[in-house]
Design a protein around this ligand. Sequence first.
Ligand code: GTP
Ligand code: ZN
Length: 200
Amino acid sequence: MTEDFDLNDEKNIAAMKHVRGLLEYMGEDVHREGLLETPARVLAAMGEHFSGYREDPKEHLQKTFEEVEGYDEVVLVSDIDVHSHCEHHMVPFVGKAHVAYIPHGRVVGLSKLARVVDGYAKRLQVQEKLTMQIANAINEVLEPEGVAVIIQCQHFCMCHRGVQKSNSWTTTSKLTGTFLNNPSSRLELFQLIGMDKSLR
Ligand SMILES: Nc1nc2c(ncn2[C@@H]2O[C@H](COP(=O)(O)OP(=O)(O)OP(=O)(O)O)[C@@H](O)[C@H]2O)c(=O)[nH]1
Ligand SMILES: [Zn+2]
C-alpha cells in the first residue's frame, strides 16, 4: 500500500508533517530509524480505513438482476464484518452487520449489500448513523417492500480506554416498510438471523 503512496505529492507532504507533529506530541523521536517511514504508512493506512470518502455507496446498488425479479421474499446477508472508526475518538469500532430486504422488483448482487456496508463504514462514524445510512441507501435505490439493518459492534473507545468495559456490545437497528409494520415479517427476520447462527 505504501508503494502507491506518493511521497512528492504536496498534500501528502503536508499531512506527513502533521503525523510527525503527533508523534512528537506523544513524546517520540521522529528521527529514530523505526519511525522514519511511519508517517507515510499512517497516511496510507488512513487511505484504506477511510476509503468511503472516495465513493458513493449507492452506486453499488445500480446493477440489478432482472431474472430474479419475481422473488419477493426476504433476502438476508448476515454477519457482514464491520470495520469502522468512531468520530468522537477516531478509534475503531468493529463487529457485524445483518442486512435484509424484501424486493419489490429490483434484486441486487449479494456482495453489493456488503459493499454498501463498507462504503459507509470506512468513514468517521457513529453506529446509529451508519445503520441509518445503509438502510436509507437500499430503500432509496431499490425501493423494496422493506429493509432491515441490524449492527452489533464493540467500540474500542469504550473497551480500551475511558469507561473500560471490554465485554460490552452495542446493537442498533433500522427497520422500514414491511419489517417495521408487520410483526410476522419482523419475527421471520429475527428467526432467519438466529437460524443462520445455529447452522454454524
Ligand atoms: N451514540 C453513540 N455514541 C458513541 C459512539 N461511539 C462513541 N460514542 C460515545 O461518544 C461519547 C463521547 O463522550 P464525551 O463525554 O464527549 O467524550 P469522553 O470524555 O471521551 O467520554 P468517555 O468515553 O465517557 O470517556 C462517549 O460516551 C462514547 O461512548 C456511537 O457510535 N454512538
Ligand atoms: Zn469513540
